[in-house]
Design a protein around this ligand. Structure first.
Ligand code: TXA
Ligand code: MG
Length: 361
């Protein structure tokens, strides 16, 4: 069992990090499994504990003393020789507006970041977490922290210390307790490319949104002068983790929409129907219960992410609710859809879609 540390025991967490050991840390999005990003052996322990494939790169978390791309380059985290003036300006606009906060920016890596952190890629994802306990640890240990979400590979991200214990309790020495995570879904991830315009010699960067999160494309767009686009498959290929299965409960999870056309999925070999646990994304679930009743399907447990269709509340409850339903006696989990794909609903839609895809085994 991992030992829980309170925020008064940051010193123990810091010592553990500097000795090359791992600590699960709270962030405003989800809990992370942190190790010294400058120490390849510590980073190797992160991949081992999570059973994460070595080709899926880690995000580097930095202290809020950082103000700009130049500060990150001075710390050996980024390489400004490989960053154009235009990309640097856009990056600094993002840093100024959204850090500390749930935004990861992928930029050319500096000499102090070991290749194992980026899975051999030439770029590194950097984020400045807003959680005060994560910041206190970063300030105490004076090294950047490599930290993926603190779950076993492919599973549901943890949003409380108890979730981390369930996932990795037997593999790590410490969990730094910062309470339940405020946001509940992982950071927005962006990469920035140069866009050579045909008419002129000048270039104007484009921000590509690789993973939707709390910070929406509309918010990004309002903070910068360049274009913001949703990532295309070539960017997802450059971010190998995005192609992998994710957020999978142990039980098979199916969307209600998919189920209504394929009820047979739920039929047992003896002809009877399996039982289900229902994840109601927005509203009180009455309509969905009626649909399932008409199909002859028995709902033995139900959770609602937000009765009032509030996206912030739904995001905060998402992963804990998936875990809860995974622990019921139901044979399958059925999820409803998000009411739309704007704002934070897009991130919720993305996680649910991946959970459904990965759990169909
Ligand atoms: O909110 C978060 O981002 C949380 C907390 C702990 O900070 N972290 C997190 O890490 O979600 P992780 O490893 O579970 O997801 C990071 C994603 C992966 O899909 C990875 O492929 C992508 O970001 N990524 C990281 N570094 C990258 C790089 N250098 N190039 C392309 N994609 C990268
Ligand atoms: Mg993850």
């Amino acid at each position: 069992m991992a030992r829980r540390l309170t925020e008064n025991e940051i010193e123990i967490a810091s010592r553990s990090i500097l000795e090359g050991s791992l600590v699960a840390i709270p962030t405003e999005t989800v809990y992370g499994l942190a190790g010294n990003a400058l120490d390849p052996l510590a980073v190797a322990k992160i991949f081992a504990a999570k059973e994460r494939p070595s080709f899926d790169p880690l995000i580097v978390h930095v202290s809020s003393q950082v103000r700009s791309v130049d500060d990150l380059a001075a710390a050996g985290i980024l390489d400004t020789d490989k960053i154009s003036v235009a990309v640097k300006n856009v990056s600094n606009q993002l840093i100024k507006k959204f850090w500390p906060g749930p935004l990861t920016i992928i930029l050319p890596k500096g000499p102090l970041i070991p290749d194992i952190v980026t899975s051999g890629l030439s770029q590194v994802g950097v984020r400045m977490p807003a959680h005060p306990v994560a910041q206190a640890l970063l300030k105490k240990c004076h090294v950047p922290l490599a930290a993926p979400s603190a779950n076993r590979f492919g599973r549901i991200s943890p949003t409380t210390p108890a979730h981390v214990e369930d996932e990795l309790g037997d593999k790590i020495p410490f969990i730094l307790d910062g309470g339940a995570c405020e946001i509940g879904v992982e950071s927005t991830v962006v990469t920035i490319s140069e866009n050579q315009t045909q008419e002129s010699e000048t270039t104007s960067p484009i921000i590509w949104l690789i993973r939707p999160g709390k910070i929406t494309s509309e918010e990004l767009q309002s903070a910068v002068s360049c274009r913001v686009e949703f990532a295309r498959s070539e960017h997802e290929k450059a971010s190998p983790g995005m192609l992998l299965s994710h957020y999978a409960p142990h039980k098979t999870m199916i969307s209600l929409k998919q189920l209504t056309t394929q009820t047979e999925v739920l039929r047992k070999p003896n002809g009877t129907l399996n039982t289900v646990a229902l994840l109601v994304v927005s509203g009180n679930g009455q309509k969905e219960i009626d649909i399932l009743k008409n199909l002859g399907i028995r709902v033995i447990e139900m959770v609602t992410l937000s009765d009032t269709s509030n996206e912030t509340e739904a995001a905060k409850n998402l992963f804990a609710s998936m875990r809860r339903l995974d622990q019921t006696d139901a044979d399958f989990i059925i999820t409803t859809e998000t009411p739309n794909c704007s704002g934070l609903w897009l991130a919720i839609h993305d996680r649910l879609k991946r959970a459904c895809t990965s759990s169909v085994r």
